[in-house]
Design a protein around this ligand. Sequence first.
Ligand code: PMP
Length: 325
Amino acid sequence: ETIMAIAKQHGFNFESVQLNNFAHLTVLTKKTYHKPADLTGGTPLVELTAFELPAGVRLFAKLEMYNLGGSVKDRLGRHLIDEAVRRGDISTGEVVEATAGNTGIGLALACLAHGLKLRLYVPEKFSIEKQAIMRALGAELIMTATADGMLGARAAAAADAKRTGAYYTNQFESSANPASYDKLANELTAELGEVAMIVAGAGSGGTFTGLAERLKPRGARTVVVEPVGSILNGGDSGSHRTEGIGVEVWPKFMTRELIDAIETITDDAAFDAVKKLARREGLLVGSSSGAALAAALNQAPYVQGNIVVIFPDASDRYLSQHIYD
Ligand code: PMP
């Protein structure tokens, strides 16, 4: 009873499970969270069983849409801002970044928590839903030309920081980016024990690098996923519909030794996987998750054991992009 009273004070609930006629088990269940910002990380891991897999292979998806801002990049926003505040680096109270949207949402949440102003440089082509969410969270958006790509948005953010003295989080070059995913790697090993293969898309390359740095030494095969139109596999930079992944210049922190395989996925394959995930599993995910699933299925014959695929966000922020059409 004492233990239950203390646990209750800390927001836990209880469930009683009858084991047999003589015994029951009291299980500590859901925690009640005391502020929304605490809803970062600790996302669900779910097994996918509706896709054909080789014998001896199980496929698990990490559902990052369950973060407060709806994507894996909440982990990054929180880590980049908490660390910069701790170091005293944000002297003007202003932060700038270039983003396709999810990083902007993660940063906006973190800036709210610290009372900071946020200016974001966003290429026009990215979804209007993500723009609306960034604005709803108090960020100022400056749209950059689609033709200038992410590199154009990055140059504009860097110039802003130089001009105004605002703090540039610089997700594309900062080693704090991959370090934001320590906890994600720990969550996977805590839940599964052994991870035979990790599959993650690359936009900035932070998620893949962070996970590969921690899981490869433990024996995982590491698979990075890009759309056709991204340069990791030696292809030319070009346009693609798959949103959130795709690299224009090789990320500084992503060393080649971390990569066992690069999967370059067509838009058609990514969107086909998105539709199958909806119809077969009831999972509503963005196109980068579809690309990651397609890559995981291609790579499944190379391992035995648990495959983990990262699903970075949900499909509802891409309905205007006709994700299911
Ligand atoms: N998927 C989506 C939907 C994203 O927004 C991002 C980040 N741009 C990624 C995947 C890739 O993550 P990272 O930047 O860590 O490579």
